[in-house]
Design a protein around this ligand. Structure first.
Ligand SMILES: [Zn+2]
Length: 232
């Protein structure tokens, strides 16, 4: 689970959300050297379903930041990896407005053209709702609209299938999970920590957070070891 790929100065509020490009590059290099393939959720799905076996890691980016295309895409291409970027469908060419009152710096999101080049480069987009809402804190009809319409918005705008969803803030309950299934997504990711286990629910997938502070040894413990298990 990545968000922003950028070097941010000390003192930045929630600096953890930004992984410096050099660190990201080394992480992808380590995966490659260890024989892992980095995959988008669409490419990962057959492995989650037990239809394929292999050394694979899902790569996801939340929120649709512009720096994903400028800083992450060249590195993903270099290693022949694919990845999924979860886009907020009504916040294309915008900023992270949901973060601003917490003092988190403004971070621009990709515009339409940039998302088209992300897709053109073999990458995938998923949905992160229309407005980056807390899905359990709005009424059910609003939540249904956020989940369904974001898929429709993105499919219409980019002419691709949008099969993968990510709950903003990891905010979900059983109702929200059913709505997401009914919206015909194939998978949905949370912010719950941990590696995938056989028979995990594809609509409450755990992820491994990678932050500014994930130094190489910690990255390896997270990916190869049981480091994340204590948070499950
Ligand atoms: Zn988000």
């Amino acid at each position: 689970m990545y968000h922003s790929i950028a070097a941010m100065p000390k003192g930045t509020v929630m600096r953890s959300l930004h992984v410096p490009p050099k660190r990201f590059s080394l992480q992808m290099k380590l995966l490659k050297l260890l024989g892992y393939q980095g995959l988008s959720m669409g490419d990962l799905q057959p492995y989650l379903e037990g239809k394929k076996n292999g050394k694979v890691v899902g790569l996801t980016f939340d929120d649709g930041y512009k720096n994903n295309i400028t800083n992450a895409l060249p590195i993903l291409k270099k290693y022949g990896f694919s990845a999924t970027c979860y886009v907020v469908s009504q916040n294309i060419d915008g900023i992270n407005h949901w973060d601003i009152n917490k003092g988190i710096p403004k971070n621009p999101t990709m515009n339409k053209k940039e998302i088209q080049s992300w897709i053109g480069a073999g990458m995938e987009i998923g949905s992160h709702t229309q407005n980056h809402v807390f899905l359990t804190k709005i009424n059910k009809n609003e939540a249904i609209n956020e989940i369904n319409n974001s898929k429709a918005d993105l499919e219409k705008m980019f002419g691709v299938d949008v099969n993968h969803f990510c709950y903003p803030y990891g905010d979900l309950n059983d109702d929200i999970v059913s709505v997401t299934k009914n919206a015909r997504y194939h998978t949905a990711t949370t912010v719950n920590r941990g590696k995938f286990r056989t028979n995990d629910n594809l609509f409450t997938l755990h992820r491994i957070p990678v932050t500014h502070y994930t130094l190489p040894h910690l990255f390896l413990l997270k990916v190869l070891g049981n480091y994340e298990e204590k948070y499950r």
